[in-house]
Write a protein that binds this ligand. Sequence first.
Ligand code: SF4
Ligand code: ZN
Length: 321
Amino acid sequence: MDHWVRSLRRSKVSRLADRPIGVVHEQERRPSGDIVDAAAVFLAGAECPFSCVFCDLWQQTLSGHTPPGSLARQLEEALREIGQRSLIKLYNASNFFDPAAVPPADHTSMLRLLKGFAQVTVECHPRFITDDCFAFADRLDGALQVGVGLETVHPAALPRLNKKMTLADFDAATSALRAHEIGLRVFVLLGCPFIADEEQLDWTLRSVEHAAERGASMISIIPMRGGNGALESLAAEGVWRPVTLDLAEDAFDQALRLNLDDAVVQLDLWDLERLAVCSDCLEARANRIGAMNLTGLSESRVACASCGVGTARDRPRPPEA
Ligand code: SF4
Ligand SMILES: [Zn+2]
């Protein structure tokens, strides 16, 4: 399976080991309702050793192991741009506690650079959530939050994603994080391969609920986008279909109605334009989602005369729960 997934990949985007890929300034709602300033830093490092069928993160990674010292230099440069923020997210397109991706010898210099942030978020596959993670959390000035991809709780689809993670692995990792008082952020897929179209929404909601039960304080719904090669091949086989913006909005509206007291649910806006079929209403719909990400409150749907969404000629919607 790994070979099949990797054989369908295009070439990577060329990246320098000494320059961060980018910095994004954001605002994020906390479960308390407070809105905080956050910065997401995209770091260039080694590729993840797993080969999930939906993943396109490898495109922005380096060949071989991350060179010692390079992440600290990237972080230093990013911090010059960030200024004072409460939260920082370090996304290295892999697993922060994989020694090939983040050399353990670099932890000390990174911990020094991260002083002053109230919360630091990194991402990691459950298999790499080990003592290195807990030691890093102990030495960190602020609180550590680990982002983990649950993807789906669908019992047949999860093993077929080639993530090499069972639901029991996810649950064990989240228990360990909780035991060490480390925060949890969870990514859940919408438009997951191997799930029937009419079941997509339901399984996304079940996955959101599971993440909340496991203690996630932030749950991001990620609409699947194609472009990694494997998904296009699965589409040709009829086991994957690109997500529509309609479905993404349906999922987000219903996820907000789950009333998860201790968790914030948000819909990932990245590349949202790729889900849209109508350019006339895209901006208004993206703004609506962005506002809902900040308030947690559902807003009325956008009506568009061009594509008919939200108008009398729109498709019938299921009754409200
Ligand atoms: S574990 Fe994460 S980074 Fe690694 S291949 Fe899967 S989705 Fe991509
Ligand atoms: Zn429209």
